[in-house]
Ligand binder design. Structure first.
Ligand SMILES: [Zn+2]
Length: 329
């Protein structure tokens, strides 16, 4: 089932979602076709022979070499989580549809789980949002970098200083944004603004022949002849010249910074990419291909599709060596 498949039983509002997913069988019936679009498959060995143990809502693989049990959560970001699917689905709904993001404290209060569990839950949902495997960007494309963290004020002065001195701002992370006008955005945390860092990302992301607008950072020089590249010189207070500008990304940066400052208060640089992915997901999934704005339920389904096959243990999340499954308190 994809996001465009109409399903009468699919909830349309948060209240309907909470009611619908409070029923464990509803959760299961909703998730099975998303998790296994080609039929239920043992996540341990790939066998399609299984027995369903209805009382525990788990399956037992009937392959002789395997014989293991699995649940709907096995092999997904939900694996090893003691939280029920009702809590997972409510949290996914909240994240998919909160325009300015949602903090672990809000999820803690809304779901009645510990803040630590809520934090872990949110990070795993963000992992599910990273499935933005859309094709290359084309047409009119903007590329720009921004600094996140450190002092909020004087961002432009800092940015100019960085360009003059070629150093990153102290305590700031650098983010590269690539936006197709009227289309999707892709953001990446980068270690520096050197040509050798930026250009491979641009080439991997943007179809050759596209028109690219940037500012006058030297690292963008040499994108021609693969692209139609034009730059505006922000240092000389030139922001728009005909169709050459990075206003789309400037708007996106302010959206992103409002979300990070207002909702998340502080973001450790190590985790920054997850927040970037969350904001990009909401931005990229706002409309259907035909331009029609998606409903809350459709965005929720998009996200539920991302949870399949992705796992993130607590240790991996906190940067410790992954010693296998971790059960949270
Ligand atoms: Zn098996």
């Amino acid at each position: 089932m994809d996001a465009n498949t109409p399903n009468a039983a699919t909830p349309k509002t948060l209240v309907e979602a909470i009611r619908f997913f409070s029923e464990p069988d509803n959760c299961l019936n909703y998730l099975i076709p998303i998790r296994w679009p080609n039929g239920i498959t043992c996540p341990h060995c790939g066998s399609k022979e299984y027995a369903f143990i209805a009382s525990r809502r788990i399956w037992r693989c009937k392959s002789k070499a395997c014989g293991k049990q699995f649940s709907i959560k096995t092999g997904t970001v939900m694996e090893d989580s003691p939280l029920g699917l009702d809590k997972w689905f409510t949290a996914i709904w909240l994240v998919a549809n909160a325009k300015n993001g949602i903090s672990s404290w809000e999820v803690h209060r809304a779901l009645g789980i510990t803040q630590k569990s809520a934090w872990f839950l949110l990070h795993r949902i963000r992992l599910a949002m990273q499935h933005g495997t859309f094709g290359k960007l084309s047409g009119e494309v903007e590329v720009d970098e921004t600094f996140i963290g450190g002092k909020a004020r004087n961002m432009h002065a800092d940015k100019r200083a960085e360009k003059i001195h070629g150093r990153g701002g102290v305590g700031k992370a650098i983010v590269l944004g690539i936006l197709e006008r009227g289309g999707k955005v892709k953001t990446t945390v980068i270690p520096n603004t050197k040509k050798a860092t930026i250009q491979p990302i641009v080439r991997d992301t943007v179809e050759s022949g596209a028109s690219i607008s940037t500012d006058s950072l030297k690292s963008y020089e040499g994108l021609t002849p693969d692209y139609v590249h034009e730059a505006v010189d922000h240092a000389a207070h030139e922001y728009v010249r005909d169709n050459v500008h990075t206003n789309g990304l400037e708007n996106y940066w302010s959206l992103l910074k409002r979300c990070i400052k207002g909702t998340y208060i502080s973001v450790e640089p190590f985790h920054l990419f997850r927040y970037l992915d969350e904001e990009a997901f909401r931005f990229n999934e706002r409309k259907h291909a035909d331009g029609e704005v998606k409903t809350d339920g459709e965005r929720f389904t998009d996200m539920a599709e991302g949870i399949s096959g992705k796992r993130l243990t607590y240790k991996k999340l906190t940067g410790q060596p992954d010693a296998g499954p971790t059960i949270l308190p």
